[in-house]
Design a protein around this ligand. Structure first.
Ligand code: FAD
Length: 546
């Protein structure tokens, strides 16, 4: 927090911090709803943050496309769903109401005024597809049409690439339902540099920013808010080796993502060990620190968008380890997760966010986390059929995988009881043969089966025996897509203090905010849907502020 009396270097109406999906949405909304001058600051040299590396899906219940396809949904059903899953008393009805009301409004505005094009992903089940109020056969999740990066001109090179390093030319819907597109379609897309998923989301938002002439400073790290009395009136940012003081006549919108790369904040707030974030390393909680400096109240700080990852052996750019997502790895047949006691401990095919807290089970006798460390165990037919972590082709295993000819030996090699591991595998295999996971119900839900192998039917989409040598083990981490706690807001995305009063001039959206769904991952797009909706609300409210 710094003094407003020191002269400003620059003055605009609205300043947006961060260029993920939420930040770019906030900037576009601020512009379209009347802010004359909007400025975007991005800490990194590349644009789009984790959002650019993501699947780019948005979970927006009550969207118009549901009605167009004859799907019934209602406010009460969504509330029943989220309320039934959230910790008691953690959902703020006002904030949740704003998400449900404004999400569909944002989609209409995207369609009418911006290049963002989102399509309902039919059949993609809500993540807790068994829960009351869930849409078991989808309709609340939306996917991006591919977007031609040729339209971004020289800005295309500044978009953060996907985690794999190469963009997909297809949408998520195509990948799932029509994976083999005709060669001429793909060649045309290649020629126009059409990209799907998070690249399409950020590409289309960035096109909107460029069309409107909104300035965007790269390598500009906002550090402190500038206040006048109790109101926020600007930002101090580090740019080109010096500190720039920028006045914001209408508001500052924090869209800096989570705090998962800041060890001090992680250790202070998260409910248990977190060792494998898969987001961009710029998500260090800068926005959280700035908001705390001006007295923001905080919510959902112990929670995260949990995810299971594995550390790639080779270090990956910017001085940080690289953590690879291990999702389909654990949901396919012929795989299990085991803990240090060589036991299975969870339905491996359930959603990543729900597995997170299971990794924080605590053993009072040993004073240690029961399920950490943990490993994924697979067999030879698995690696021949599926791509495994960062393997570029099937049949290849990551260099950090441990291999053995017997399950007992594999256990010994990873430092757990080999005999116990063999027993665990044989119990699992017996369940597979009988067609029912009697321990954890893996494959029972529509969700479990959706993420499995479509070559099989029913539970066998995710259940398969581990019975053919050699066997492989890969150590996994308790990771996150991003944290989801931060400054609390009112329904207008204004940051509120501990007396629930708005801090005038300060807004928050993205993973930087206290999650509007109280950390419940509603369905595919469960982080970007709420985060971007609050970007939309924040931009509009700031623009219209007197
Ligand atoms: C492979 C993958 C797939 C995923 N798929 C999906 C999906 O389909 N749907 C979904 O909902 N979620 C998905 N997620 C999670 C999702 O990507 C993130 O939760 C989301 O992108 C977070 O958006 P954000 O705007 O909060 O943060 P980010 O997109 O990370 O943006 C934050 C930006 O703020 C910048 N910044 C940080 N500090 C400062 C500062 N001090 N000053 C200025 N700028 C700053 C950062 O550099 C960054 O560019 C996925 C994640 C991954 C890795």
């Amino acid at each position: 927090m710094t003094d407003h009396a020191v002269p400003f270097d620059l003055e605009v109406d609205v300043i947006v911090l961060g260029t993920g999906g939420s930040g770019l949405t906030a900037a576009l909304a601020a512009h379209d709803f009347g802010a004359g001058e909007v400025l975007i600051l991005e800490k990194f040299g590349m644009i789009g943050g984790t959002s650019a590396m993501s699947g780019g899906m948005l979970w927006i219940p009550l969207n118009d496309q549901q009605g167009e396809r004859g799907v019934d949904d209602s406010f009460d059903e969504v509330v029943e769903y989220l309320d039934g899953l959230a910790d008691d008393g953690h959902l703020d009805p006002e904030v949740l109401g704003a998400f449900l009301e404004e999400g569909p409004e944002m989609l209409r505005w995207f369609e009418e005024k911006t290049p963002v094009r989102l399509r309902l992903f039919e059949g993609f089940p809500d993540y807790q597809s068994w829960a009351p109020g869930a849409k078991e056969h989808g309709s609340r999740s939306l996917d991006n049409d591919v977007f031609p990066f040729a339209e971004l001109g020289s800005w295309a090179k500044w978009v953060n690439p996907p985690k794999t390093g190469w963009p997909r030319r297809t949408s998520m819907i195509e990948d799932y339902y029509t994976p083999n597109l005709p060669a001429d379609v793909l060649a045309d897309r290649e020629a126009r540099d059409c990209r799907g998923q998070g690249q399409a989301l950020i590409g289309s938002l960035l096109k909107g920013v460029l069309d409107r002439g909104i300035p965007l400073h790269r390598e500009s790290r906002a550090r402190h808010l500038i206040t006048e009395g109790r109101s926020v009136v600007g930002v101090e940012t580090e740019e080109n080796g010096s500190v720039l003081r920028i006045r914001a006549r209408k508001g500052v919108i924090i869209a800096t993502g989570g705090f998962e790369w800041n060890t001090k904040l992680v250790n202070s707030f998260l409910r248990g060990p977190m060792t494998g974030p898969v987001s961009v390393p710029e998500c260090e909680g800068d926005g959280l620190l700035m908001a705390m400096e001006v007295g923001a109240s905080l919510g959902n700080m112990g929670k995260s968008w949990w995810l299971q990852s594995s550390q790639e052996l080779a270090a990956h750019g910017r001085g940080h380890a690289n953590y690879l997502i291990g999702n389909s790895e654990r949901t396919r047949p012929r795989s299990i997760l085991v803990n240090r006691a060589a036991q299975r401990f969870v339905n491996e095919a359930t959603n990543y966010n729900a597995i997170g807290p299971v990794l924080h089970n605590f053993d009072a006798n040993t004073h240690d986390y029961t399920n950490l460390p943990f490993w994924i165990i697979v067999d030879q037919p698995y690696v021949e059929k599926y791509r495994f972590f960062n393997a570029t082709t099937k049949g290849v295993v990551p260099p950090w995988a441990i291999t053995a000819d017997t399950i007992e030996e594999l256990g010994e090699r990873i430092g757990i009881d080999g005999v116990a591991l063999a027993k665990t595998v044989s119990t699992f295999n017996a369940d597979v043969a009988a067609g029912r996971d009697t321990e954890f119900g893996r494959g029972d839900s529509t969700y479990d089966q959706f993420w499995g192998d479509k070559d099989f039917d029913g539970v066998y989409r995710t259940l398969g025996p581990i019975d053919t040598a050699p066997y492989y083990a890969v150590k996994m981490e308790s990771g996150v897509l991003g944290t989801c706690g931060g400054p609390r807001t009112n329904a207008s995305a204004q940051v509120i203090d501990w007396d629930d009063q708005p801090i005038e001039g300060l807004y928050v959206c993205s993973n930087a905010m206290s999650s509007p769904t109280a950390g419940v991952y509603g369905g595919a797009g469960g982080t970007l849907g709420p985060g971007m909706t609050f970007g939309f609300i924040a931009g509009r409210h700031a623009a219209q502020r007197g």
